[in-house]
Design a protein around this ligand. Structure first.
Ligand code: PLP
Ligand code: COI
Length: 353
């Protein structure tokens, strides 16, 4: 794939690393390519970061034809820049595209787009442990008329944001409210796809929880409001009576790459891992009996995020004395160790740029 590069004439400085936050600052350039039915993807280019112009009837603005991915470029201790399992994100992007009737991308071309872009933006990969250049590939339908149908024109872009920790709490335990009213996704819907609409629809519950002093919500399934699905925009795991339990991928849950990596690490470390339906009743029972030993969310942005408090129907339960647990810490150390090059990658997950 030929990628035309137009560099900015006004390069900017990255702010001090401790002030980065998450997703607020953007690097100097962005990747764009366009799609038309019959022609395929064309005009791959990297241009100075800036606004884009859309026709007011553009499909994405009316019918939400949008998907995205999220992965990070990490600076290892030797100064090199690496990605973590990027082909997993590329494959998932195509699963999302298929669900939303958007065009697929060629896996090798997308990897080339990512690596060419990150190489150009490498000065934007911060250096301190825990910081990274968050990469946001995304695609949207861009037909210029209002009929409802699969798209004939689309745009694919990659933008990059030097970032610190996702939650203000960092690796400190968060307070989570179990949500009984709104649902994030339903089987047969779009839960397994990473599409913008899932996030717009789940914001209300998150905001309500925030008003009550909780960082995020724990989602229950959309049919019976009985089984646990995810926590905020992360997968969720529990240590119950010595075993690790995580909700099975039933179609309404996003198959997280961090989830998959945690499972591989846990199995290698000798833990028993169960991917199955886990009801909120079973969880509450485990909390009452003191058998819920640990709970944590996992996702690219936060890596792992320990849950210190869970609230269900106005009763608060403290998990592991409100402190980060042993398994959560171990996962954090192993995953971040591999990502930031402090530990040898014996899994073959790191992709050097
Ligand atoms: N669940 C949802 C809804 C997400 O948005 C994400 C983040 O991408 C995850 C789970 C975790 O996925 P990953 O580990 O691939 O980042
Ligand atoms: C994650 O990486 O865990 C996320 O959920 C990203 C979020 C900003 C959508």
């Amino acid at each position: 794939m030929e990628i035309k590069i137009t560099k900015t004439n006004t390069p900017r400085e990255m702010p001090p690393e401790e002030k980065l936050g998450f997703g607020k600052i953007f690097s100097d350039h962005m990747f764009i390519m366009d799609y038309e039915e019959g022609r395929g993807w064309y005009d791959a280019r990297i241009v100075p970061f800036g606004n884009i112009s859309l026709h007011p009837a553009s499909t994405v603005l009316h019918y939400g034809a949008e998907i995205f991915e999220g992965l990070k470029a990490y600076r290892a201790q030797d100064g090199s820049v690496r990605l973590f399992r990027p082909t997993e994100n590329i494959k998932r992007m195509n699963v999302s595209a298929d669900r939303m009737c958007l065009p697929l991308v060629d896996e090798e071309e997308m990897l080339e787009a990512l690596t060419t872009f990150v190489r150009l933006e490498q000065n934007w990969v911060p250096k301190s442990f825990g910081t990274s250049l968050y990469l946001r590939p995304f695609m949207f339908g861009n037909d210029e008329h209002l009929g409802v149908h699969g798209v004939k024109r689309a745009t694919f872009m990659i933008i990059a944001s030097p970032s610190g920790s996702y939650y203000a709490e960092g690796i400190n335990p968060v307070k989570i409210m179990i949500e009984s009213e709104d649902v994030r996704a339903v089987r047969g819907g779009t839960g397994f796809a990473k599409c913008g609409g899932n996030y717009a629809a789940s914001t209300r519950a998150g905001e309500r929880a925030a008003k009550k002093g909780y960082t995020q919500v724990l989602w229950l399934d959309g049919v019976e409001r009985k089984y646990i699905e995810e926590v905020g925009a992360m997968n969720v795991m529990f240590k119950i009576d010595g075993k690790i339990v995580t909700p099975a991928l039933t179609g309404s849950i996003l198959p997280g790459i961090t989830r998959k990596s945690c499972i591989e690490v846990l199995l290698r470390e000798g833990y028993e891992v169960e991917e199955r339906l886990l009801s909120v009743d079973e969880l509450v029972c485990a909390m009452k009996e003191g058998k819920l030993e640990e709970a944590w969310g996992c996702g690219t942005a936060a890596v792992v995020s320990p849950i210190g408090t869970l609230c269900y129907q106005d009763t608060e339960y403290t998990v592991n004395g409100g402190k980060i647990g042993e398994v959560t810490s171990k996962l954090y150390d192993i995953l971040t160790g591999i990502q930031w090059g402090k530990k040898e990658d014996t899994y073959g997950w790191v992709y050097k740029i």
